[in-house]
Design a protein around this ligand. Structure first.
Ligand code: FMN
Length: 162
């Protein structure tokens, strides 16, 4: 299945539906990963790191932008699904190299996100891990910084000039 790209980023490769066989899913017992088999649709969103060659607008200064663009596409897929009442779960407790082997991905293609999509019983008002007491939500003032990381004057702004 091919999904429309939400970005002009050349890296976003293919998003294809898949469903690995149950025997290949090694699951830590305390975590619910059964969604892989329960949900009607699994999507692996990939990023072709070599699409259009080594010099691509948008990746000249920061080569990882193709990966970030792919993650943005995942977020858009997620929001669109939620708007349609469909739940999305990102399964990251999978070793990327094992996933690549299962899906026969070429080396240049990175499996960015393995997603389980389907109808869910309800949408909790807050993240389930927060409800379960795994970690609290951080206060906004703890994660916002202004001007510089340490709040001190940025000083000389001629970065990179000699
Ligand atoms: C980058 C990322 C990785 C995640 N990895 C996992 C995971 O490995 N296992 C899991 O149960 N949930 C994981 N989650 C959480 C669920 O995908 C998701 O938060 C949950 O299904 C609730 O979805 P909602 O926020 O749309 O309500 C991950 C979320 C993100 C953003």
């Amino acid at each position: 299945m091919h999904l429309p790209s939400v970005s002009c980023s050349p890296g976003i490769s293919s998003s294809f539906a898949t469903r690995p066989s149950a025997s290949r899913c090694t699951t830590p017992s305390a975590l619910k990963l059964e969604g892989i088999l329960e949900t009607p649709l699994n999507i692996c969103v990939t990023c072709d790191r070599e699409r259009f060659g080594p010099v691509v607008l948008g990746r000249t200064c920061q080569p990882d932008m193709d990966l970030f663009s792919t993650v943005c596409a995942v977020q858009n897929l997620w929001l669109a699904a939620r708007a349609e009442g469909i739940g999305v779960g990102w399964v990251s407790i999978i070793h990327a190299d094992q996933l690549s082997a299962i899906l026969h991905l070429p080396r240049r293609v990175v499996p960015v996100a393995y997603l389980c999509l389907g109808h869910v019983d309800d949408f909790p008002l807050e993240p389930e891990l927060q409800t379960a007491g795994w970690l609290p939500r951080l206060p906004l003032e703890d994660v916002l910084r202004f001007d510089t990381w340490d709040g001190k004057n940025p000083g000389n702004l001629s970065i990179g000039k000699k």
